[in-house]
Design a protein around this ligand. Structure first.
Ligand SMILES: Nc1ncnc2c1ncn2[C@@H]1O[C@H](COP(=O)(O)OP(=O)(O)OP(=O)(O)O)[C@@H](O)[C@H]1O
Length: 625
């Protein structure tokens, strides 16, 4: 497994983690608690305070019960003052027992109130925390490079992190509950220690096998889920294409339903078998360990009973000790299970926190130079070479060309020639592996990527069809101006999206896409007009349109370009297109082949040269004759 660039610590190995690694994972709990604290200090304090109260309750109740039993034993030993309860009452003999009963009642009642309040605080806190994690996740993802999103390994990590963002809600209650249980154990153990110190030692001994078993199975479960991330993503993907609006058309027409189901079933079944095997193993070993624990408990219980018979303990002591012991037994089990579960969960937390450790590599320099506005000289590629991360294939190599300010450059070439890659390099979504790209003589690396993005309007061929309103679909092109109707109108007019919006029943307020109720889907060309309007929303010095008109009809295309030319007056533009009717309008045309320039010039120059361009142009023109 190769590591992603920008991730500082080494990745988790795919083998079983060692005990040290497991313990190291526990440090994530500290990060988690810090995150919970950041979410809401008051709720965190409230949850902890309530749990301290709840932790002290069991020992108080047991002790009250012991006092009641001892008092009852004392009362049975004295001569009755009369036959009626009133006689006892009037003699003042019942006052202590009534007070004790009231005390126990109040303690039990308080416990119920406290546990409800804790549940309430925890559920509110946990929802807020889950939102906080999602927000931190989205904020971090927004900082990362495009290369991270284009890598399968990164997508696995993102998927794992995303699952943790929503899936670790119970952990909060578990960690705090664990602290509460430990406090209860300490108070009960203190009581027990007072009567029979060595019994305490018996308890943990009986749970060692259980700890071992739980840790082992947690690790196995985690490793299984980690190894299976690619398969699970594939399962998700199959489920998505098998049952979603955007794929329904093709799946139906190609009759892919059964094929997808079979692939899904095979993969899902394989994972199911592995999970079932693990669940069976865990259940059988768990039953054995639980029996060992119960045996230890009853051995200790028998000892306490014997000591009571011999008169070493009172009946109240017996009630207190057996109650304490029973509770301790349950609590120890819970703590140890909780501990191994938390340790298990902390492995998953690594998925979340290691995502936050992936650092972006395309960064602003310490003293970034501003993007030149207006652009005065030229954009220049100087011996640019580029390989995508983790590949050895040079997509472009020794590429040098100049785009003088205010001119329109068209990039032509076969599929895979490297045109979109050039657009990504120009927008600093990637940095070149060799050479440099300059704007008015300034290396793009010396600029803040955000500043570059603010001055470049770009629409890629795989633009997003946002399930937003028509207004927002255009407005997001310049998020701070999304309420600026005049600007949106102008952008829509230039891209011909105005005609599309005029036909919508609710105009700009129309919800687009099929995802939500009342959404209206658009045709491919209509979506494209809306997407181009988005690029026009930018205050761009440079406009890049990557196959902007592929879905437009010939008339619309001619008009989009006539408008584009007038808009691009004084602005520089790069157009990527397979349509020569579009390409010929450019001031300069580069014909690319395997990431290198084959020919360059104006439409007329290239035709006169009778090279590849002329050949391709003739081929397309012949198709129209
Ligand atoms: N993220 C990526 N990681 C690795 N290789 C990539 C990536 N994106 C593109 N490539 C490879 O780079 C080469 C150039 O791709 P690019 O998208 O720039 O071509 P293009 O000229 O725009 O093609 P088209 O006309 O089909 O849009 C292709 O061989 C492609 O397989």
């Amino acid at each position: 497994m190769t590591d992603l660039p920008g991730r500082r610590p080494p990745p988790l190995p795919d083998e079983n983690p060692t005990l040290r690694q497991r313990l190291e994972n526990l440090k994530h709990l500290g990060r988690l608690v810090a995150q919970i604290w950041r979410t809401s200090r008051w709720l965190t304090l409230a949850s902890l305070g309530l749990r301290i109260l709840a932790a002290l309750q069991p020992v108080a109740v047991l002790y009250a019960a012991k006092l009641i039993v001892d008092e009852v034993v004392r009362l049975t030993g004295i001569a009755a003052p009369g036959p009626e309860i009133t006689d006892w009452f009037n003699a003042g003999l019942l006052t202590p027992i009534i007070l004790l009963l009231l005390l126990e009642f109040a303690l039990v009642l308080a416990n119920d109130v406290i546990s409800r309040a804790t549940g309430l605080v925890d559920s509110v806190l946990s929802e807020l925390h889950s939102n906080q994690v999602s927000i931190e996740l989205m904020a971090h993802a927004a900082r990362l490079d495009l290369q991270h999103f284009e890598s399968a390994e990164y997508q696995d990590r993102l998927e794992r992190a995303r699952r943790q963002a929503a899936g670790r809600n119970a952990l909060l209650s578990q960690i705090f509950g664990q602290a509460q249980d430990i406090l209860t154990v300490l108070t009960l153990a203190a009581g027990l220690f007072f009567y029979a110190p060595w019994l305490i030692l018996l308890l943990p001994l009986s749970f060692i096998p259980a700890i071992w078993g739980e840790t082992r199975f947690n690790t196995l479960a985690y490793m299984l889920s980690r190894w299976r991330t690619p398969e699970r993503r594939e399962i998700e993907y199959l489920r998505h294409i098998g049952a979603s609006a955007e794929t329904a058309k093709e799946v139906k027409l190609f009759g892919l339903g059964d094929y997808l189901i079979t692939r899904f079933r095979t993969l899902a079944h394989q994972i199911f078998l592995e999970n079932r095997r693990l669940a069976l193993l865990r259940a059988s070993w768990g039953a054995l360990f639980a029996t060992i624990a119960s045996l230890a408990y009853y051995a200790a219980y028998a000892y306490i009973v014997w000591r009571t018979i011999t008169g070493a303990f009172t009946l109240g002591d017996l009630a207190f000790l057996s109650g304490s012991f029973l509770r301790l037994n349950g609590l120890f089990q819970r703590i140890l299970l909780g501990f191994t579960q938390i340790a298990g969960q902390s492995m998953y937390l690594d998925d979340l926190f290691s995502f936050f450790e992936i650092a972006p590599t395309i960064l602003a320099p310490a003293a970034p130079k501003p993007f030149p506005v207006p652009l005065q000289q030229a954009i220049a590629f100087e011996n640019v070479g580029f390989r995508y991360p983790e590949t050895d294939h040079w997509v472009v190599r020794n590429l040098s060309f100049t785009l003088p300010a205010g001119e329109t450059l068209a990039l032509v070439g076969e599929n895979g020639a490297g045109k979109t890659t050039i657009a990504k390099l120009l927008t600093r979504l990637y940095d070149p592996s060799e050479g440099r790209i300059t704007i008015d003589g300034i290396d793009l690396r010396n600029m803040d990527p955000r500043d570059i993005h603010a001055h470049v309007g770009v629409i890629f061929q795989d633009f997003i069809r946002y399930s937003f309103t028509a207004r927002d679909n255009i407005g997001v092109g310049r998020i701070e101006a999304r309420q600026d109707q005049a600007r949106i109108d102008q952008a829509a007019e230039q891209s011909l999206a105005d005609g599309v919006i005029a036909k919508l029943p609710q105009g700009y307020d129309q919800q687009l896409g099929r995802l939500f109720k009342k959404g209206r889907d658009l045709s491919g060309g209509e979506w494209q007009k809306v997407a181009i309007a988005r690029a026009y929303m930018r205050d761009a010095e440079l406009i890049i349109l990557d196959e902007p008109t592929a879905a437009l009809d010939a008339k619309a295309e001619a008009e989009v370009f006539a408008r584009f030319k007038s808009l691009a007056q004084g602005k520089s533009a790069v157009i990527i297109s397979h349509r020569f009717s579009t390409v010929r309008m450019a001031d300069r045309i580069l014909v690319l082949d395997n990431g290198a320039i084959l020919e360059a010039g104006t439409h007329e120059e290239l035709l006169a040269r009778k090279g590849r361009y002329a050949e391709l142009f003739e081929l397309q023109a012949a198709g129209y004759r």
